[in-house]
Design a protein. Sequence first.
Length: 289
Amino acid sequence: MGEGDGDGAWIQSVIRAPGACGALVGSASVIASFADATTSDLSDPVADGTYCYSIELTGAATVTASEGLTVVVAAGANRAPAGLAAGTSPGAVPADTVPPPSPARLRFSFPKSTATRVPVTVAWRSPAAADLDRLELLMNRKHAPRGPGDGRVVYRGLAQTFKLNMRAGQTAHLALYAIDHSGNVSTASRALVSLATLIPMRPLSGSAIHAVPLLTWEATKGAAYYNVQIFNRGKRVLLAWPEHASFRLRAKRLKPGTYVWFVWPATRTPDAALRFGHLIGRATFVYVR
């Protein structure tokens, strides 16, 4: 139930209707009322049968109703009430062990931005389940989640979209589960989100490489050549001026370690002077022999 209204005045009503919830066979009636929002115990002596119980909480400007609960009452000690499996205790409702359907296929979109942080919109269609409690979206950076606990929960609720902030170049495995009121979990709807295309430089930033790399980047229209600078531990170890959008390093220039490299385009003005454009990109790689 929700929070109280400003004046704190609440009426809590217990409602009973004949028949199973969703298939009533008569009118509902209030069987008890309490002038508070905390009472939680009530004994209701009724004849054998099936009933739907619900709680209605009324405040000064708010009316909130709970979902219905179907209760089967059977006083006879030697007979099982209709609809109950053999061995089920009289008066008990069979446990719900059926999971809800899986959410519809995950879809995602993101702006073609060169920003470091990129908002990825993840969308889905919730399953049609009357007892749906929530959806949980898991993210795992290493592999597809193997189950509901194999990853970080990045969203929990009943919405059908979520914005996930990722870094350009990152890859993430997503799995969306539907969970009902009894805790049953659906099979997952999965997706692989990759923002590698937002990084115009290769190898991808953060890559560990075992061979001398070919550095490549997005070509700039009108560039006469490019300025490539490579640093190791803050010291520049290479300065190059390739004419094309690629440059292969030489093995003798590399020692095991982490390297940071930058690329700028250079264009010629009408008077043949050189003009450097904006930085094309910055990336890192780890050289491992």
